[in-house]
Design a protein around this ligand. Structure first.
Ligand SMILES: [Fe+2]
Ligand SMILES: [Fe+2]
Length: 195
Protein backbone atom coordinates (compact mmCIF):
# COMPACT_ATOMS: atom_id res chain seq x y z
CA UNK A 1 0.00 0.00 0.00
CA UNK A 2 1.17 3.52 -0.70
CA UNK A 3 2.91 5.30 2.14
CA UNK A 4 0.71 8.35 1.54
CA UNK A 5 -2.38 6.23 1.87
CA UNK A 6 -1.44 4.62 5.16
CA UNK A 7 -1.33 8.04 6.78
CA UNK A 8 -2.70 8.77 10.20
CA UNK A 9 -2.87 12.13 11.94
CA UNK A 10 -0.07 13.87 13.97
CA UNK A 11 3.49 14.75 13.09
CA UNK A 12 4.86 15.21 9.61
CA UNK A 13 5.40 12.85 6.74
CA UNK A 14 8.64 13.63 4.94
CA UNK A 15 8.65 10.76 2.48
CA UNK A 16 10.50 11.25 -0.78
CA UNK A 17 8.34 10.44 -3.80
CA UNK A 18 10.45 8.78 -6.48
CA UNK A 19 7.82 7.38 -8.86
CA UNK A 20 4.89 9.80 -8.77
CA UNK A 21 2.51 7.90 -11.07
CA UNK A 22 3.10 4.63 -9.22
CA UNK A 23 2.55 6.42 -5.91
CA UNK A 24 -0.76 7.82 -7.19
CA UNK A 25 -1.87 4.44 -8.57
CA UNK A 26 -1.01 2.71 -5.27
CA UNK A 27 -3.07 5.33 -3.53
CA UNK A 28 -6.04 4.50 -5.79
CA UNK A 29 -5.86 0.88 -4.59
CA UNK A 30 -6.06 2.09 -0.99
CA UNK A 31 -9.01 4.34 -1.86
CA UNK A 32 -10.81 1.44 -3.58
CA UNK A 33 -10.46 -0.65 -0.41
CA UNK A 34 -11.94 2.19 1.60
CA UNK A 35 -14.80 2.44 -0.90
CA UNK A 36 -15.58 -1.28 -0.52
CA UNK A 37 -15.91 -0.80 3.24
CA UNK A 38 -17.93 2.38 2.78
CA UNK A 39 -20.30 0.65 0.37
CA UNK A 40 -20.94 -2.04 2.99
CA UNK A 41 -21.77 0.64 5.55
CA UNK A 42 -24.08 2.33 3.02
CA UNK A 43 -25.95 -0.93 2.41
CA UNK A 44 -26.42 -1.43 6.16
CA UNK A 45 -27.82 2.09 6.46
CA UNK A 46 -30.13 1.45 3.50
CA UNK A 47 -31.34 -1.66 5.31
CA UNK A 48 -32.31 0.37 8.36
CA UNK A 49 -29.17 0.58 10.51
CA UNK A 50 -29.16 3.59 12.81
CA UNK A 51 -26.48 6.20 11.88
CA UNK A 52 -25.11 6.12 15.44
CA UNK A 53 -24.44 2.39 15.13
CA UNK A 54 -22.25 3.15 12.08
CA UNK A 55 -20.52 6.19 13.56
CA UNK A 56 -17.16 4.45 14.02
CA UNK A 57 -17.02 3.29 10.37
CA UNK A 58 -18.13 6.68 9.05
CA UNK A 59 -15.64 8.56 11.24
CA UNK A 60 -12.79 6.34 10.10
CA UNK A 61 -13.69 6.95 6.48
CA UNK A 62 -13.98 10.71 6.99
CA UNK A 63 -10.58 10.74 8.70
CA UNK A 64 -9.11 8.99 5.66
CA UNK A 65 -10.69 11.63 3.38
CA UNK A 66 -9.21 14.44 5.51
CA UNK A 67 -5.69 13.01 5.38
CA UNK A 68 -4.68 10.58 2.64
CA UNK A 69 -7.44 11.39 0.16
CA UNK A 70 -7.00 15.14 0.61
CA UNK A 71 -3.27 14.68 -0.02
CA UNK A 72 -3.97 12.59 -3.12
CA UNK A 73 -6.32 15.27 -4.47
CA UNK A 74 -3.64 17.88 -3.83
CA UNK A 75 -0.99 15.74 -5.56
CA UNK A 76 -3.17 15.55 -8.65
CA UNK A 77 -4.50 19.09 -8.77
CA UNK A 78 -1.30 20.91 -7.86
CA UNK A 79 1.51 18.62 -9.04
CA UNK A 80 0.34 16.29 -11.83
CA UNK A 81 -2.54 18.01 -13.62
CA UNK A 82 -0.83 21.31 -14.47
CA UNK A 83 1.84 19.40 -16.44
CA UNK A 84 -0.51 16.73 -17.77
CA UNK A 85 -3.30 18.90 -19.09
CA UNK A 86 -1.37 20.29 -22.08
CA UNK A 87 -0.42 16.72 -23.09
CA UNK A 88 -3.99 15.45 -22.80
CA UNK A 89 -5.31 18.35 -24.79
CA UNK A 90 -3.13 17.16 -27.65
CA UNK A 91 -5.36 14.03 -27.68
CA UNK A 92 -8.77 14.95 -26.45
CA UNK A 93 -9.66 18.64 -26.44
CA UNK A 94 -11.14 19.04 -29.89
CA UNK A 95 -13.26 22.16 -29.90
CA UNK A 96 -11.93 25.36 -28.45
CA UNK A 97 -13.51 26.01 -25.05
CA UNK A 98 -14.57 22.37 -24.51
CA UNK A 99 -14.32 21.10 -20.95
CA UNK A 100 -11.10 19.11 -20.66
CA UNK A 101 -10.69 15.64 -19.07
CA UNK A 102 -8.64 17.25 -16.30
CA UNK A 103 -11.47 19.69 -15.60
CA UNK A 104 -13.91 16.76 -15.41
CA UNK A 105 -11.63 15.07 -12.85
CA UNK A 106 -11.39 18.27 -10.81
CA UNK A 107 -15.18 18.66 -10.86
CA UNK A 108 -15.45 15.07 -9.52
CA UNK A 109 -13.03 15.94 -6.70
CA UNK A 110 -15.16 18.92 -5.75
CA UNK A 111 -18.43 16.98 -5.86
CA UNK A 112 -17.08 14.09 -3.81
CA UNK A 113 -15.49 16.31 -1.16
CA UNK A 114 -18.84 18.19 -0.95
CA UNK A 115 -20.61 14.86 -0.35
CA UNK A 116 -18.21 14.11 2.56
CA UNK A 117 -19.20 17.47 4.07
CA UNK A 118 -22.90 16.60 3.68
CA UNK A 119 -22.37 13.27 5.48
CA UNK A 120 -20.58 15.07 8.30
CA UNK A 121 -23.49 17.51 8.66
CA UNK A 122 -26.13 14.75 8.54
CA UNK A 123 -24.31 12.85 11.29
CA UNK A 124 -24.21 16.00 13.41
CA UNK A 125 -27.91 16.74 12.89
CA UNK A 126 -28.83 13.18 13.73
CA UNK A 127 -26.65 13.12 16.86
CA UNK A 128 -28.17 16.39 18.08
CA UNK A 129 -31.66 14.99 17.59
CA UNK A 130 -32.47 17.44 14.80
CA UNK A 131 -32.98 14.74 12.18
CA UNK A 132 -34.88 11.47 12.49
CA UNK A 133 -32.43 8.54 12.47
CA UNK A 134 -34.35 6.85 9.64
CA UNK A 135 -34.15 9.98 7.50
CA UNK A 136 -30.47 10.44 8.36
CA UNK A 137 -29.72 6.83 7.38
CA UNK A 138 -31.47 7.25 4.02
CA UNK A 139 -29.71 10.54 3.26
CA UNK A 140 -26.26 9.31 4.32
CA UNK A 141 -26.73 6.11 2.29
CA UNK A 142 -27.63 8.20 -0.75
CA UNK A 143 -24.47 10.32 -0.38
CA UNK A 144 -22.42 7.14 0.04
CA UNK A 145 -23.87 5.67 -3.16
CA UNK A 146 -22.93 8.85 -5.01
CA UNK A 147 -19.37 8.81 -3.60
CA UNK A 148 -18.78 5.12 -4.31
CA UNK A 149 -20.10 5.28 -7.90
CA UNK A 150 -18.35 8.54 -8.73
CA UNK A 151 -15.01 7.52 -7.23
CA UNK A 152 -14.87 4.08 -8.84
CA UNK A 153 -15.57 5.59 -12.25
CA UNK A 154 -13.12 8.43 -11.56
CA UNK A 155 -10.30 6.10 -10.55
CA UNK A 156 -10.87 3.90 -13.59
CA UNK A 157 -10.59 6.93 -15.89
CA UNK A 158 -7.46 8.22 -14.16
CA UNK A 159 -5.72 4.82 -14.16
CA UNK A 160 -6.64 3.91 -17.72
CA UNK A 161 -6.64 7.24 -19.52
CA UNK A 162 -5.02 10.15 -17.69
CA UNK A 163 -2.19 8.30 -15.97
CA UNK A 164 -1.54 6.23 -19.08
CA UNK A 165 -0.99 9.44 -21.06
CA UNK A 166 1.14 10.74 -18.17
CA UNK A 167 3.39 7.67 -18.32
CA UNK A 168 3.76 7.92 -22.08
CA UNK A 169 4.15 11.64 -22.53
CA UNK A 170 5.61 13.30 -19.47
CA UNK A 171 9.36 13.73 -19.65
CA UNK A 172 11.81 12.59 -16.98
CA UNK A 173 12.16 16.24 -16.01
CA UNK A 174 8.37 16.65 -15.72
CA UNK A 175 8.15 13.56 -13.48
CA UNK A 176 11.02 14.90 -11.38
CA UNK A 177 9.15 18.18 -10.91
CA UNK A 178 5.98 16.32 -9.89
CA UNK A 179 7.95 14.17 -7.39
CA UNK A 180 9.53 17.25 -5.88
CA UNK A 181 6.15 18.91 -5.37
CA UNK A 182 4.58 15.76 -3.90
CA UNK A 183 7.52 15.38 -1.52
CA UNK A 184 7.02 19.00 -0.46
CA UNK A 185 3.32 18.37 0.23
CA UNK A 186 4.24 15.43 2.47
CA UNK A 187 6.72 17.53 4.43
CA UNK A 188 3.98 20.02 5.34
CA UNK A 189 1.00 17.66 5.45
CA UNK A 190 0.66 17.65 9.23
CA UNK A 191 0.20 13.90 9.47
CA UNK A 192 2.53 10.98 9.64
CA UNK A 193 2.74 7.89 7.43
CA UNK A 194 2.21 4.86 9.61
CA UNK A 195 4.40 2.38 7.71
FE1 LIG B 1 -8.59 12.36 -9.06
FE1 LIG C 1 -6.74 9.94 -8.26
Amino acid sequence: MSKACTAGIKGACAEKVSGPIKELMDCHQAVLKQLDALEKTGTELENGANPESKEKELKEFLEFTDTSLALHTRDEEQALFPLLEPKICGHACGAHGAITPVEVMMANHKDVHAAFAVIRELMKLSKEGNLEPKEASTEIASQIRFIVDTMRDHIWKEDNVLYRIAKEELSKEDLGRISKKMTGFRETAGFVCSH
